[in-house]
Design a protein around this ligand. Sequence first.
Ligand code: MG
Length: 294
Amino acid sequence: MSHNDEHETDDAVSLQNDSGLGLSRRAFLQRTALAAGVTAMTATCLGPLSANMVPSEDGTVVGYKDTPKLPWAPEYHKHDPDRPWPTDITPGELCCPDKPGTAPPEDAIVLFDGEDTSRFEPNDWRVENGELVAYGGNIHTRDAFGDCQLHIEWQAPDPPRGGTTDRGNSGVFFMSRYEIQIFDSYTEKIYPDGIAGAVYGETPPMVHPIRPPGQWNIYDLVFTAPVFDGDDVVKPATVTLLFNGVLAQNHTTIHGPCAWREILPYSPHAPKEPLMLQEHGNPVRFRNIWIREI
Ligand code: MG
């Protein structure tokens, strides 16, 4: 079995077993796109089964070398395994591991409080122990958001679940398009623009302060929406990420909608669009999700 075949098998198995639906890849992608009410563009972030993954020169990471060079980082291919891995650092200890993050301030919109999932649709992720568990497809908010501050806590499955491309994979998709990656890059090395805290496929986090599977990670994000003039983007989106309290993205420009292996240009959309959470074949857990419109 070739290297590529191994990944294909991993991916297919995780879809069948972890989604719990036995969906074909195509059906899964279609459902994902339809559920989000967005184009198939977003679904491309999931990636098809076929893959030409290759190891990095030092053999520690896998990624792609047959993809386009990134205009904003021209020395690297998209998902380049030889892009420098951000420094792994240990975040500060949580004072309260079972209740790690900041409770919502007075003016926040609480998207998930441990019980109520009604702010999301489709409304079929599971709630267990006050936690929202990814299941069966992406979900998105009923409300639309533009510029915002988002607090979200997530935990990768323990024991780890999923192959190289699925390991604890989820994601925060601002405007259902622009992904800040959630991934168990504590236990699985993948191309740096696909690890936790990356603007997926674009920019790795500056540092990698991830906690192990089964422990809570905290994202505090500030997102500014792109501005369009007709078909042209006149101001790209940006994102700032505090990853477990550590600055990992600093007003980072987002160069276009999320895409796997390709570079997609901006395409005009409404000034506010739903926030989407990704389901990528394994049960990532979430708690304490709140948002403030800016
Ligand atoms: Mg993802």
